[in-house]
Design a protein around this ligand. Sequence first.
Ligand code: ASP
Length: 305
Amino acid sequence: MPIAMIVHGGAWAIPDDQVDLHQAGCRAALAVGWEILNAGGSALEACESAVLLMEDDPIFDAGTGAVLTSEGTVELDAALMDGRSLRYGAVAGLRRIRNPITLARRILEGPATLLVGDGAERYAEQVGITLCANEELIVERERKLWEDWRAGRTTPAPFDASETPSTPSAGHDTVGAIALDREGNLVAANSTGGTPFKLPGRVGDTPLIGCGLYADAQIAAAVCTGWGESIARVALARRVIELIERGFAPQSAAEAAIRTLVRQVPGGSGGCILLTHDGRVGMAWNTRRMAYAYRIEGGEVAVGV
Ligand code: ASP
């Protein structure tokens, strides 16, 4: 079975001066996952490792470097879905976990599917994950954006295709990964700090199965990014899978799903990546940019925005 992997680093108006860092982050995450797949490792391992790397990379809105809530805190969501067993693990509203994807993996392996807030953090401690202080997740760039927003110097732009780099507070570089391993298993994963200045407690599409991600090893896996409220309303990830089931080619399925998002939700905005059970990729977005990297065995690494 040929291996394949695709990652994304968020769909929005990535400013010109951040393009290189986004591409480098996606390339590095792909390389980490690829090494695991190439050595015969599992798609689960590859996705967790790739997303973990991006959570630790402060350029992305995930883990360290995530955007701040309206109260100036970080709240993180993540999920991981195994396409063969259809098991998933998801977390939301985490304030003290450096790598939400690792906790999502532990949840996938345990009795629950979705854990939130304090309960999720208590479970993390039970499974040996060390908690951190919320401040440790905050980087200067995001603190400054929040201070400007609080002082009324910027307004958070909505997730729409007209976003320009002059609205930095619209930044949202959620990360995601899909891997196909030698055993033919497909896994999807994602992680986010959500949308800038979100209401405390707000959860977007990312940890919602069928919305932010879905994986079915018989068909395909999809991961979405963008304005979570719009993505959740159309259950975008599941829609992508259904289009593949109906016989759409991967690229057409991705494009059709984004068209549906735009058509059905006023201001609907975002992007998606997908990988089929036989290692074909598709991706589409209606934001100005989406950072991505992918590789299919026998081919070269492709990186872009
Ligand atoms: N979809 C995420 C959310 O709404 C944000 C993003 O993808 O950038 O929480």
